[in-house]
Design a protein around this ligand. Structure first.
Ligand code: FMN
Length: 297
């Protein structure tokens, strides 16, 4: 019997659906699951107000974490830990960071294989780098990563995610598609669960990520990678700056307008220039960078 610990936080329930679909692929006679959905002591409101949403940026980026409602782990070691999380501002969400900073969790992560499952809009590369670092600090062994995203074009998914986050409306409207990870992609996580189960019972987790790549449970888009790499550095500068200001609300509002202009005006122009003058000549370098994010070592 393999002991599997599943840890996650979810605000809208999307990640819970993803996790449940993944788990449904496992054979329950071979595995014992312990599933913990954490709750912050001070919960984040949903739908968000503009101030609370953009106000969450500095703590997300600076990996501040937050106090979680108490939870206990049944065992002192597990055969596998599944850590599911969502990015906030190109970093793990504040509650997700808090999970990885919890001393009980850190203790069980030591020398334990970990699968990460991401439920994002479409930008998760930076957050996974931060998660990789935190897992490494706990001496965990990251064996696989599945990243589920909203597959609508980038600017469309920005609009739909805003409607979802600020109005609570995830479903399609007359002019816009539904927001979030598609039902189909959530359902497909069952097959990823089945494959993971096989590799776990055969003690062959080291080749699991290759299967995730083949199954397209993880994909890297070159344009989004280009935008996100630059965005990650800029968010760090903003987060450090705002965290030192007296009037954080004012500066978070200025950051909001910066972000809107960056997403809708600057990024499309920069991407156009990149696409015409640089991308055609950078084939090998882009391939190498993509490979880095797809693989675990
Ligand atoms: C404050 C905030 C910031 C977010 N930032 C990002 C981001 O940087 N990249 C991304 O792909 N998705 C981002 N999202 C979307 C989330 O990753 C996630 O898909 C969505 O909030 C649903 O997650 P849930 O499981 O908590 O309901 C953000 C959401 C919130 C609330």
């Amino acid at each position: 019997m393999k002991k599997i610990l599943v840890l996650y936080y979810t605000q809208t329930g999307q990640l819970k659906d993803i996790v449940n679909s993944f788990i449904s692929g496992f054979n329950s006679s071979l595995c014992e699951f312990e599933i913990i959905e954490v709750q912050p002591v001070n919960s984040f409101p949903f739908p968000w107000t503009s101030d609370t949403f953009f106000g969450a940026m500095p703590d997300s980026v600076l990996l501040k974490g937050t106090e979680l409602q108490p939870f206990n782990l049944k065992h002192s070691n597990y055969d596998l830990v599944v850590f599911a999380y969502q990015p906030w501002f190109l970093s793990p969400s504040i509650p997700a960071t808090a999970i990885l900073q919890d001393s009980k969790v850190k203790a069980v992560l030591k020398n334990t294989p970990v699968i990460t499952i991401i439920g994002a809009r479409n930008m998760w590369l930076n957050s996974q780098e931060k998660v990789r670092t935190m897992l490494k600090e706990s001496n965990a062994k990251l064996v696989a990563n599945a990243a589920l995203v909203d597959k609508a074009p980038n600017l469309v998914s920005v609009l739909t995610v805003m409607r979802w986050m600020f109005e609570g409306k995830k479903e399609a409207s007359e002019n816009l598609p539904a927001s979030g990870v598609s039902e189909q992609d959530i359902y497909a996580m069952k097959a990823i669960g089945e494959i993971s189960q096989q590799h776990l019972t055969e003690n062959n987790l080291s080749s699991l990520q290759q299967k995730y790549i083949e199954q397209k449970a993880i994909e890297v888009d070159a344009n989004l990678m280009f935008v996100e790499k630059r965005g990650g550095k800029l968010f760090s500068l903003w987060a450090n700056f705002i965290s030192k200001q007296q009037n954080k609300v004012l500066w978070s509002r200025i950051f909001k307008w910066y972000l809107i202009i960056a997403i809708f005006a600057i990024a499309p122009i920069v991407l156009l220039v990149y696409g015409i003058f640089f991308k055609p000549f950078l084939g090998n370098s882009i391939k190498r960078q993509k490979q880095y994010y797809l693989e675990m070592n």
